[in-house]
Write a protein that binds this ligand. Structure first.
Ligand code: AP5
Ligand code: MG
Length: 228
């Protein structure tokens, strides 16, 4: 039985990181730490952090490393203080080699080594199609899709019944820029983690349920989860 999960989810926009992170949060209580969701909440609230991040997010670029590293360290420290065996999924962090080095350093200080790095992938046409049809609950980051994962009532979240919105960065032009940013800055992290023994490849092309099955299988492999 899976007891503690300390995971990095790596993968391009639309690969299903958020969808599968929410699944692990619901099934195993592994806390989803989505840097994108935290940034969007800050933008919506008009905080100093949000105002700093907004231009980068709207253009499909990356928010500067120092901003993101400080923000994530606060989240991980809170997790470290929350229980004997904290479980978390880092959804969208790290995204640069500098962030990965900073993460190694902070997890060592917090004595919370990673248990696996899941690399989700899918072809470009699939990613674009998923993002074009995505509707999101801005209150909790949950994503739906008009075709692949529709809500029970169109435009409304199944849980809180509130309105779903389309993300500002899901227009085709910004999606293409986000994919280019991923290829340039983040894909090199696959090599960074390849030598650690933690990397698991998830072919994210199937249905949501098929990808969930792949994720659960990857977490059964040695080192991916800490057992009782
Ligand atoms: P972020 O919010 O992290 O966006 P992203 O990485 O571009 O990824 P997405 O959230 O778009 O995709 P996802 O993989 O979560 O897919 P989802 O599960 O929703 O970051 C946004 C911005 O914030 C960045 O561009 C950057 O500016 C900034 N930022 C964030 N972190 C940063 C960092 N560390 N450093 C610097 N800047 C940072 O699924 C997509 C859709 O497909 C949904 O509609 C879903 O229902 C559907 N779907 C999912 N799986 C399947 C499936 N298997 N089959 C069919 N449909 C599926
Ligand atoms: Mg996401």
């Amino acid at each position: 039985m899976i007891r503690a999960l300390r995971l990095v989810f790596l993968g391009p926009p639309g690969a299903g990181k958020g969808t599968q992170a929410k699944m692990l949060q619901e099934r195993f209580g592994a806390r989803q730490i989505s840097t994108g969701d935290i940034l969007r909440a800050n933008v919506a609230q008009g905080t100093a952090l949000g105002m700093k991040a907004k231009t980068f997010m709207d253009s499909g670029g990356l928010v500067p490393d120092d901003v993101i590293v400080g923000m994530t360290e606060r989240e991980l420290t809170a997790s470290a203080n929350s229980g004997a065996k904290p479980s978390f999924v880092l959804d969208g962090f790290p995204r640069t080699v500098a962030q990965a080095v900073a993460l190694d350093d902070m997890l060592e200080r917090l004595a919370m080594p990673l248990t696996a790095v899941l690399h989700f992938d899918a072809d470009r046409a699939t990613l674009v199609e998923r993002l074009a049809g995505r509707w999101t609950n801005p209150r909790n980051g949950r994503s739906y899709h008009t075709t692949f994962n529709p809500p029970e009532l169109a435009g409304l979240d199944d849980d809180d019944g509130g309105p779903l919105v389309q993300r500002r960065d899901d227009t085709l032009a910004v999606v293409l820029d986000r994919l280019a940013t991923y290829d340039h800055n983040t894909r090199p992290l696959v090599d960074y983690y390849a030598g650690t023994g933690l990397l698991r490849r998830i072919a994210g092309l199937g249905t949501i349920d098929a990808v969930t099955a792949e994720v659960l299988q990857a977490l059964e492999e040695p080192e991916a989860s800490q057992r009782a």
